[in-house]
Each structure stands twice: as structure tokens, then as C-alpha cells.
Design a binder for this molecule. Structure first.
Ligand code: UDP
Ligand code: MG
Length: 333
């Protein structure tokens, strides 16, 4: 995927909205964004990514985008899902700050200035927290509460509400982040792996006015799988051999010691070792150890390809000061 460069930019803010069958919400949403942002005097663009809608959202967005200069419509060929829709928004955005939000009016654009103010305090990512969330208690709030707790524990980034789409990012933070699966909710965790400063503020949340939610309980499973991916990325991304190699060597060494002991019993003392479970354990330990070790080597190779093919440095620089460099530059080097 080729990415448009987001720096340097002329626009202050890009607002990214995934749209899947939200035709009734679109006019109100655009009005609410304009009402919230015009008084700030900041320049902004609204990027609506139509994710294969079938209810007329596509036609409405195309028509509106032709008449409004502040609106860009990105139309997908089919329904890909919220994460690809957000990724497309990130790729087209030219703002210095990127705001993501839902297109169903559940997030309130009047919270955007608050997110921006918080970002100005020196954060790279400000996440919304739907303190008074207007969704079904049993099917949505409870799974979400558990998920947020687990995600916080696993990733080390404690946020009350990972699922809240309303978030503000510095553009350079997401410029080289790749999203897969339903990873958009883990962006704070991925950003944290990249060394970002993250915080959250309470935001409003409204009940769905039009249409219905696109998700059910099935999402929980996909979220858990993505969580595992993030967990492994966080733990092993730059040093798989340290983990797999270590366990591999311990396992091989254990197997060898047992093997040696059994050899002494057999050859030295003439005992029969053919029916001993210890023999099986020794063999399994050696084989498992060799496999773990080779797996670590392969992971190491894959990880290097991953970093080098994309020119991804294994570190992130916040800024460089002095020595003739621009001290204001927050961009990566
Ligand atoms: N969405 C999307 N593609 C999908 C599913 C959802 O672009 O396949 C959009 C949807 O139009 C909305 C946002 O993602 O703007 C959040 O979806 P929804 O409101 O259904 O999720 P919930 O608020 O119930 O978690
Ligand atoms: Mg919603």
C-alpha cells in the first residue's frame, strides 16, 4: 500500500469518518462538525470513507463532496470493515492533527475542541472516554468493560474505553502505522509501543439516532485475537530470539542432562532404560528445544524483513535538539 505523505501539510485538522449505511446521519453529522469547528478558526477537512454502503450513503456523499470544498469522499468498492475505512482515511488525510469519529452521531463533534486542547498539552494521542455510554448494558457495556480491563493489563496502556472511536492523533504518529484485522481499537497500544504519549478525556455519547449498530457479540472474539497479536508484537517484535532461543536452549539442555543420566545408567550400570518415562521426556525436551530455537531464528529473520522492507526503524525519535537541527521538528528521522 502506498501512502501519501502527511507532512508537510497546510491543513490543521483532518476529521476521518467511516460510513457504512448511515445515510440519515450524514447531513446532521456534517452540520455538527461545522458548528463545532468553525468557531475555532482552524482549517479542517472532513474525509468520509464510504465502506460499501447500500442505503444511498454513497450517492449522498458523492453529491455533497462535489459541492462542499471541506468534504472529501473516499468510496470503497465493497464493505471492508471499520479498520480499513479508518486506514484509508489516515492515508488520504493531510491535516497535522487527525480526528477519528463514528458516522452515526453517537460521538459528538463538539468534543473535538476539547481533544485538541488536550493534545496541545504535549500528547501524541488523546482518546475519548464514553463515561456515560448509551448502549445496551448486557451485550455491549459488560463485554466492553471486561475487554478494556484485559487490554489495559496486556498492553500496559490503561484507558477506560478503547472502543471509543473519537480520538485525536498527531499525524506523524499514524503516518507509518499499519492496521490489520480490527486493530483500530488498539491504535493507542500500538502507538504506545512506538513510544507515544497517550491520555484520555471524558466525551459525550448519544444513543444511536438512525439505523442500527453494525456489530454484535461476534466482535468480542475478533478483538481477543487482535489482542493476542498486539501482545506478541509488544513483547517479541524486536527480539524474538531472546525469548524463543532462551526457552529452546533451556529445553535442549534439560533433555541432554536427562539423556546423559540415562546413558550412564545404561552403559555404566547396565540398567534397562527402555521402559522409563524419563527417556521419553528427554527426547521430547531435545526435539521441542530444537524447534523452539529454529522458530526463534525464523522469527528473527521475519522480523528483520519486516523492519527493513518497510524502512521501519527499530526506534522512534520525539525530537532532536541543537547541533543545527530544528528544535521544533517532531518528525521522525
Ligand atoms: N462501520 C464501517 N464499516 C463496517 C462497520 C461499521 O465503516 O463494516 C462504521 C459505521 O458506519 C460507524 C462506525 O463504523 O460510523 C461504528 O459502527 P457502529 O456504530 O455500528 O458501531 P458501535 O457504535 O455499535 O460500536
Ligand atoms: Mg455507533
Amino acid at each position: 500500500m502506498t501512502k501519501q505523505t502527511t507532512i508537510p501539510s497546510k491543513i490543521d485538522i483532518s476529521i476521518l469518518v467511516p460510513i457504512y449505511n448511515e445515510v440519515d446521519s450524514i447531513p446532521d453529522l456534517l452540520n455538527a462538525i461545522t458548528t463545532a469547528l468553525d468557531p475555532t478558526g482552524l482549517s479542517y477537512e472532513i474525509i468520509c470513507v464510504d465502506d460499501g454502503s447500500k442505503d444511498g450513503s454513497t450517492e449522498l456523499l458523492i453529491q455533497l463532496a462535489k459541492s462542499r470544498t471541506d468534504l472529501k469522499a473516499v468510496i470503497f468498492r465493497r464493505n471492508y470493515g471499520q479498520t480499513p475505512a479508518m486506514a484509508a482515511g489516515f492515508d488520504c488525510a493531510s491535516g497535522e492533527v487527525l480526528i477519528t469519529m463514528d458516522g452515526d452521531l453517537q460521538n459528538d463533534p463538539k468534543d473535538i475542541p476539547k481533544l485538541l486542547a488536550k493534545l496541545e498539552e504535549g500528547y501524541d494521542l488523546v482518546s475519548g472516554w464514553r463515561k456515560a455510554r448509551q448502549d445496551d448494558a448486557l451485550t455491549r457495556l459488560l463485554p466492553s468493560k471486561i475487554a478494556n480491563w484485559v487490554i489495559g493489563k496486556v498492553t500496559g496502556v490503561k484507558l477506560h474505553d478503547y472502543g471509543c472511536s473519537l480520538k485525536a492523533y498527531r499525524a506523524e504518529l499514524v503516518a507509518d502505522m499499519n492496521l490489520y484485522g480490527e486493530l483500530h481499537r488498539f491504535l493507542p497500544a500500538l502507538a504506545y509501543i512506538e513510544g507515544a504519549k497517550i491520555t484520555e478525556i471524558p466525551v459525550d455519547h448519544h444513543a444511536r439516532r438512525y439505523g442500527k449498530s453494525k456489530y454484535g457479540l461476534g466482535r468480542t472474539f475478533r478483538v481477543v485475537m487482535d489482542l493476542l497479536t498486539v501482545f506478541f508484537m509488544k513483547k517479541f517484535l524486536t527480539r524474538p530470539m531472546h525469548v524463543f532461543g532462551l526457552f529452546g536452549l533451556i529445553s535442549i539442555a534439560g533433555g541432554m542432562v536427562l539423556g546423559l543420566y540415562l546413558t550412564i545408567l545404561k552403559l555404566g550400570l547396565g540398567q534397562n532404560i527402555g521402559d522409563r518415562p524419563l527417556l521419553i521426556l528427554a527426547i521430547v525436551l531435545v526435539i521441542a528445544g530444537v524447534q523452539l530455537f529454529s522458530f526463534g531464528l525464523l522469527a528473527e529473520l521475519l522480523m528483520r524483513t519486516y523492519h527493513e522492507s518497510q524502512n521501519r526503524p527499530i526506534y522512534r525519535v520525539r525530537e532532536v535538539v541543537g547541533g543545527g537541527s530544528s528544535s521544533k521538528s517532531r518528525s521522525q528521522i
